[in-house]
Design a protein around this ligand. Structure first.
Ligand SMILES: Cc1cc2nc3c(=O)[nH]c(=O)nc-3n(C[C@H](O)[C@H](O)[C@H](O)COP(=O)(O)OP(=O)(O)OC[C@H]3O[C@@H](n4cnc5c(N)ncnc54)[C@H](O)[C@@H]3O)c2cc1C
Length: 413
């Protein structure tokens, strides 16, 4: 080939290549276009009928117990009477707080770091964030005398006022500031955990354990079997085990939640400027505005015991507007710039409380391979990864001692 023909061929090459690539692209393009394949999730396997463990309850505790059990190599079925992510479950709230201070309780503070790491890993691989980092501030009551846990600093009123200008602080006040707090997506977090565990949740109402003595297995409603059972049914544990878990020992308690909407473009109530706030001085809690859902406010103390199946989940359904009036009064004192903000969402929700305020995690009497887990007084969601790990460890090693504060005997005397 002479020089001129060679140059002409070289000049034509990019055009030919581009034409080839365009043809290839054209061939690949689907009409109509298909949605992009999921970034990483494999589908859940079809449930087996005979498994190592059946987990009953697909709230945060059941989801994370299932997650850990699967990671341990066990076969798992996950049941929920109303379906995973249902509107009655305590785990169904839009947002939850992960508070490293835990009211100065070392047992629960110890579970925070482990749980935060697990939520972060889940969040990093999810399509939408599950964990949003924010500072967590505990405003101390005058009688609080606990020392700040590791990673939290005690600040006085003047320093707090300089750091959080949206919050009103009295000069004599003190608060514990933890930089490694977080907000978690509630319902989305549960569904993502189940997806990540690759377990297909089944809409099954599970009765109390039915043991096949001959085979030493538990019979499941569809005739399948499980070697072990984990009842992570929250406030429904009372319904399942009325003799052991009487309403005096474990109950569903109601709390009212209000989301107040800051003005357009107002970012002072969003992380990182706005922390989560546990106001022990006045008995309220607050989560900052994330994803535009507004600043969430709720009283620490419940206002009624309820039936988790049938209670009306509208806020202030039977209290004549008192719950909202209380929340606004607190807001006017603590976050005066939000005092007149509109309510953009509200609900009545239930939590599962034990008489001791602690978590319950123990075997069912006379059933060495049946575990019950629930309660936790307003913090079990955030700590669910660490609690789920402990549930799985108990299932794996039945001789592992239970945490004395979580023992059934503490409730049953
Ligand atoms: C107002 C409010 C604010 C809160 N804020 C926070 C917070 O900021 N941070 C935090 O960590 N926690 C918070 N909590 C607590 C948190 O919501 C709960 O601790 C947590 O969600 C409990 O999860 P769970 O899995 O034990 O129960 P649930 O989520 O209630 O799940 C139990 C599941 O069991 C199923 N079930 C029941 N009976 C059966 C049966 N027989 N067969 C099959 N399935 C059954 C139910 O349908 C349900 O889905 C808050 C609670 C309230 C009320």
């Amino acid at each position: 080939m002479d020089r001129r023909r060679l140059l002409a061929a070289l000049a034509a090459a990019p055009a030919a290549l581009a034409l080839g690539a365009a043809k290839k692209k054209e061939a690949k393009r689907k009409d109509p276009p298909e949605p992009r394949a999921s970034r990483r999730r494999k589908g859940a396997k079809a449930p087996e009928r005979h498994v190592d463990v059946a987990v009953i309850g697909a709230g945060a505790l059941g989801a994370w117990a299932a997650w850990h059990l699967v990671r341990q190599g066990l076969s798992v079925r996950l049941f929920d009477a109303y379906g995973a992510g249902n509107g009655r479950a305590a785990s169904n709230l839009a947002s939850m707080m992960l508070d490293p201070v835990q009211g100065g309780d070392a047992l629960y503070a110890g579970l925070v770091e482990e749980s935060a790491k697990a939520w972060q890993r889940l969040s990093d691989t999810a399509s939408l964030p599950i964990l949003t980092a924010c500072e967590a501030v505990t405003a101390l009551a005058a009688t609080d005398a606990f020392a700040p846990p590791r990673d939290a600093d005690r600040l006085g009123g003047d320093r707090l006022r300089a750091r959080y200008t949206q919050i009103a602080w009295r000069p004599e006040e003190a608060a514990l500031v933890a930089e490694k707090g977080a907000m978690l997506a509630g319902r989305r977090g549960v569904l993502e955990t189940i997806l990540d565990a690759q377990v297909a949740p089944e809409d099954v109402v599970m009765p109390a354990p039915l043991r096949d003595k001959r085979r030493d297995l538990y019979t499941l409603p569809d005739g399948g079997t499980a070697k072990s059972l984990v009842y992570a049914c929250g406030a429904w544990l009372t319904e399942l085990f009325p003799q052991t878990l009487t309403p005096q020992r474990l109950s569903a308690v109601r709390q009212q939640i209000f989301h107040f909407g800051p003005g357009q473009g107002d970012t002072q109530f969003r992380p990182p400027a706005m922390p989560a706030l546990v106001d022990r001085a006045y008995g309220f809690n607050l989560l900052p505005d994330v994803e535009g859902v507004g600043v969430r406010v709720w009283k620490s103390a419940p206002d009624a015991t309820v039936d988790p199946d049938s209670f009306d989940r509208r806020a202030d359904a039977d209290s004549g507007g008192r719950a909202l009036a209380d929340a606004r009064q607190w807001l006017a004192g603590r976050l005066p710039r939000l005092a007149d903000a509109p309510v953009v969402a509200s609900a009545a929700a239930h939590d599962c409380r034990t008489a001791t305020g602690d978590l319950l995690l123990d075997r069912l009497p006379d059933h060495p391979r049946v575990w019950v887990v629930g309660g936790g007084a307003g913090r079990a969601f955030a700590l669910a990864p660490a609690i789920g790990a402990r549930v799985a460890a108990h299932v794996e090693d039945a001789s592992r001692p239970v945490e004395p504060r979580w023992a059934l005997a503490r409730l049953t005397g």
